[in-house]
Structure formats: C-alpha cells, structure tokens
Design a protein around this ligand. Structure first.
Ligand code: M6R
Length: 615
C-alpha cells in the first residue's frame, strides 16, 4: 500500500510528482504529501485527504519550483490518517526527508532507543523513526547519506520502498527496497522513482525494477549505482523496456476506471490467450507449463494460494482443474496458509494468483512453499512484480493495467489463463479426448465475443440496480463452477457500495441463510442451463415461497427461471466450465451501477487499496 514518486533531473519536479501521485492513488488515498527542493530551501506540504486536496493546498500555499521532488500517497498503517502522519517526514535536524511504502516492524524498540538519545517525534509513524535512525547513523559515523541509509536498513525488520534526500546534497536521492515495489525510470540525465512505472511512462520507456535488499544512489547527471544493502556489493543494473502506454492508464472517456476495465474484458481475455491458444492446430502453448511438464505430471496435488478476488479465481480453477485434468486441488487463503504450518512436500505444485503480484500474504505463502521444496507457479498480471519474480515459473495474464480497486478484468483473465493451464494438463494426462479438447479450445475462442454480448445487458442491469440500490443486504447464490462467482459478486457489491452481501453455494442456503429471506431481500441467483440447473431452479422455488426478490442470471432463451424470477439477466450459452467468464459480467455491472447511484467512490472505495503490501 502507499504510492511513492520522485524525480531528480533538469525539469521542474512538481508536475511530474503530482501527476504521478494521481496515477498511484489506487495504492492508498487517505493522505498525500510532497517535498520539493530547489537547492536552497525544502518546500514540504502534506494533508489528510486525496491528492486533489493536496494539489489545491499546495498551489496556494508554497512555491512549487525545484528540480528535485518526492511525493507520497498514503494508506495508513501506523497512525491515523491526518496531516502530521502524512509523508514526507523530516528528520529532527530538518536536513533529511523521506517517503516510505511498507512497515518497519521493530519501529517501537528503535524509537525508544532514539528517544533515549534525545530524538523527538511529531507523528505516530514508523517512517519518522526510520528517518531519524538514518540521521543518527549519519551523524555518529560522520558518513554520507547512502552509507547511512545502508547501515540503518540493516538494523530494520520489515518492508520498505523508500526515497530519501539530504538538504546538503541537492543532486542526490537515495532509494532502497525490501518487500515493497520500486521502479526507477532512466531519462537523459534524470531519474524518476515510483511504486510502478505509470508516473513516468510519458518521459521514458527505460526502467529498472529494484530487487529486494537493493539500494540505489541517483545523482543528477551521473550513472546509477545499485548496491546490495547487506554486503555493499555493486549490482549490474538491468534496464527493461516498458511495454506500458499512456492510453492504458487513462480513463479513455469512461467515467470510472472500473467501468473501463469491465468493458475491456473482451480484449483482455483475447490478450490472455493470444499466442497460447492455437485452435487450428488444436494445441495450447504455455512455456511455463511446457518447460515444467514433468513436475506437473508427477504432482500429487496443486495448492492454490491467493487473496480476495484472486482467491475466487482460484476456486473456479479448482473446479476446472479437477474436472478436466483430474488433479486434486486445494485452494487456500494465503494469509491462513502462511501461518498454519501447512503440510507441503516436494511433490506439491503451488499456484500463486495475484493481479498486482505484490500482495504481501501471497508473497509470504510462496516463500514458505518454496522453502519446503514445492514448485511455485505464479499467475500475475503485473509484469516484473515481486510474486512473478519469486515464482519458479509462471504466466502473465496480460490484462493490462487494472486501476479500479475492485478487480474485474483481473478475475476473468485469471480464469482464462487457469483454464488454458487445466486444458493443457488434461491433454498431457490424457484425461480428455482430442475431440473434447478441440471443442473446448473452439469454445474458449468464442468467449471474448460472448462477453461483448453479455455487456450489452448493461442498460437493463442499470434498471435493476435502480430498484435494489437501497437494499441493506443482498444474497448471491450459485452452484458448481458458479459458486465462486456468487462469492465474487457479493465481494464486488460490498467493497464499492458498502451494502452487506453474502455469497453462498445455492444448496447451502437451507442450512442457515434462508432465515434471512423476506420480501426486502434481493437474491441474485446464477442459474445457467448446465450442470445443476434443475437443482438451482428448485432453490429459486424455495426463495419464491419465502417472498425473496429474485434476480436470475440465466442462459439466453431460458424459460423456467423467467417464470419464477422478478428479473432475469441473460448471458450467452457456453460450455459449463466457461460460464463463470460470462455470469460474472452482469454482477460486475450491477455493483458498479449501484455504487454510482449511491454516490460512492467507485474506483477508490473507503479503507481499501489496490495492492495490499502489508499483512
Ligand atoms: O493483487 P492481488 O490479486 O493479489 O490482490 C488480492 C486482493 O487484494 C484483491 O483481489 C481484492 O480483493 C480486490 N480489491 C477485490 O476487488
């Protein structure tokens, strides 16, 4: 959580840093701040609230010149969101300034030691402790900033991506990383720093992603120097060419990123299987799977670890892997898995699913699995992310940047990718005939067009949203492949509209949730015409007898549910295991419209952040 941005070079830093903060606001948005340095005085301003509030305050409060600047958008961990706890933070002397994304776990003991040595603290943050620790080391050892940062970080337990500058060194920013992401953009005699590359994409396509336990000294007009924090060894910089473009990170005429991303799903799904699904040749090509086929075929089981929406995608994958490839699958919340001493062997394959590739619990879960000898396969969207790098092998979903905090295209592209994997393994294991396999490939290829068709129900979904927008509770039901979709539908509604919602397997309803049903309760039932259709229709009857309001997500042309439900939203027909890719669409649209009607901040719901880099 938290976004950090910085610039040092020959341009004015302010426009780069403020725009960068706006692009990183998805990472945290409870407070924001900037420090600018023109070589004479530091201008620092910070405030509780959004980057827009900071911008308004800054432009009336301080002069905004300076060719060195750092900025921060916060998701509070230590200390409530207020002006004082916002970053940047000064050291006691006022010479050093820091921004930080992460958590210093041993901050309390460090703080006590610093207080004993006479340091005072304005804020409740761990970050202010770190900058004073750096200052203390620098003063005591009479050394330069870079060295002091290195020594201080060796005393720290926790996670960080930091940028620090010293008033006495106007041509230098020191950055370091452990556990939180940090990208460095390399321009002409200038450097950009950010939590991801989006803040500097219009200035340079050349970027270095710092690895864990690395630090860099960025000197105006000089080459970058990267060192290992532990042993000071110099590291050869690996400069990558960014594939990102500006259009991908802008709203492109949509009122919200979430809506844009919902509508991007046909092309995002296509991008996920482009070059992998070759239906004419009846093959699936996935290098990460191919190169490790022996391991996959010898595996006793697959353990999927993930959080939130990615965990829901993992649940869909469980059904798909077991059904098509006959491999036993367990799906685990990464946060539980990492702390419960799980039984893991060298014959296990762990699939980690993460849009951001930075989720702290998922990252920790795969480190644990690796330490026990399991083979880890990462399914990430963000290229070069920590989980992608930490995994033994993997595949990217290629969904493009997802900026809305509520995951939409990440979910459907994860399912697409995992379906490709399951199909490839099914073929290799011989659990599917070649005609069945070919049929699945052909059907998967039609999905982008069918998602497009599902999106055409948008206007109708909006009328349904209008009817139920004031509900206090909502129930989502599904069975089989669509049970996880029910969970995902409920998560989408609660996270952006703050309406309480529960997802349940439809048959479980009579074991408890049925008691909630009355004429006020909307129940969204996924009842597509495959699998357990008749059973779901019986569940709908049970709801109807208790006067619940039924919104059916049905296969085009459905008759039975239409007769019972208050509203039906149709999706095109497809084979059963692919239905989640279609049934998800109206649920995303329903939550979106309800949240907009309730005047909620759709892209930045309260208390949340896009990538959860704290445990
Ligand atoms: O980046 P990840 O996929 O690892 O993120 C996991 C969850 O934090 C994420 O899916 C979260 O649940 C979404 N905001 C839900 O829309």
């Amino acid at each position: 959580m938290c976004g950090i941005v910085g610039y040092i070079g020959h341009r004015e830093a302010y426009p780069i840093v403020i725009k960068g903060l706006q692009r990183l606001e998805y990472r945290g948005y409870d407070s924001a701040g900037i420090a600018l340095y023109d070589g004479k005085s530091i201008k620092l301003s910070k405030t509780k609230g959004k980057v827009a509030d900071l911008k308004e305050r800054l432009e009336s409060e301080i002069s905004i010149d300076g060719t060195l600047g750092i900025g921060h958008t916060r998701w509070a961990t230590h200390g409530i969101p207020n002006d004082v706890n916002s970053h940047p933070h000064y050291s006691n002397s006022g010479d050093l300034v820091i921004i930080h994304n992460g958590i210093i776990e041993n901050y309390d003991s460090l703080k006590k030691e610093l207080i004993n040595r006479g340091y005072t603290f304005q804020s409740d943050t761990d970050t202010e402790v770190l900058i004073n620790l750096i200052e203390d080391v620098k003063k005591n050892e009479n050394i330069k900033l870079g060295k002091a940062v290195q020594i201080a970080l060796n005393q720290v337990v926790g996670a960080y991506a930091i940028a620090v500058f010293d008033k006495n060194k106007p041509n230098e920013i020191v950055v370091a990383k452990l556990g939180s992401p940090l990208a460095i953009g390399i321009g002409d005699d200038e450097f950009f720093i950010a939590s991801d590359a989006s803040p500097f994409i219009e200035y340079t396509k050349n970027a270095i992603y710092l690895e864990d336990e690395q630090m860099a000294i960025l000197r105006r007009g000089k080459d970058i120097k990267i060192r290992k924090i532990k042993n000071d060894a110099l590291v050869d910089p690996y400069v990558q060419e960014l594939q990102l473009n500006l259009e991908q990170i802008e709203k492109g005429g949509y009122p919200h990123f979430m809506l844009k991303e919902i509508y991007e799903q046909p092309s995002a799904i296509l991008d996920t299987f482009r070059g992998r699904l070759l239906s004419n040749e009846a093959i699936i090509k996935m290098a990460g799977v191919e190169d490790n086929m022996k391991k996959f075929l010898a595996a006793d089981r697959i353990i999927i670890v993930a959080c939130g929406t990615s965990w829901h995608a993992g649940l869909v994958a469980e059904y798909i892997f077991e059904d098509l490839a006959r491999i036993p699958v367990e799906v685990e919340y990464a946060s539980e898995f990492r702390y419960r001493n799980p039984v893991i062997t060298e014959k296990d394959i762990v699939i980690a699913i993460s849009q951001s590739g930075e989720t702290a619990d998922t990252l920790a879960a795969i480190k644990l699995a690796k330490s026990k000898g399991a083979f880890v396969f990462g399914v990430c969207n963000v290229v070069g992310s920590s989980i992608a790098r930490e995994s033994n092998a993997g595949a990217y979903t290629h969904a493009g940047p997802e900026i809305g905090v509520a995951s939409t295209k990440a979910f459907t592209t994860q399912i697409t990718l995992l379906t490709l994997m399951a199909l490839r393994l099914a073929r290799a294991k011989g659990t599917m005939s070649s005609s069945e396999f070919r049929h699945h490939l052909i059907e998967l290829e039609t999905i982008p067009g069918k998602v497009e068709e599902a999106l055409s129900s948008d206007a109708y979904v909006k009328t349904v949203a209008e009817i139920y927008k004031d509900s206090k509770n909502c129930l989502y039901l599904g069975r089989g492949f669509n049970f996880p979709v029910a969970l995902e539908g409920a998560l989408k509604l609660k996270e952006i509209s703050y309406i309480h919602a529960e997802g349940y397997p439809a048959a479980e309803m009579k074991h408890g949730p049925i008691a909630l049903i009355d004429e006020q309760m909307p129940i969204i039932v996924i009842a597509t015409k495959k699998g357990h259709y008749e059973k779901v229709v019986s569940n709908i009857q049970e709801i109807k007898s208790r006067k619940g309001k039924i919104i059916g997500i049905v296969t085009k042309g459905d008759v039975s549910v239409k007769e019972l439900a208050d509203h039906v939203i149709e999706v095109p027909e497809t084979i059963e295991c692919l239905t989640p890719l279609l049934t998800t669409i109206p649920l995303q649209l329903l939550s979106y419209h309800i949240a907009v009607m309730l005047d909620k901040n759709v892209d930045q719901p309260r208390n949340l952040a896009k990538s959860v880099t704290v445990e």
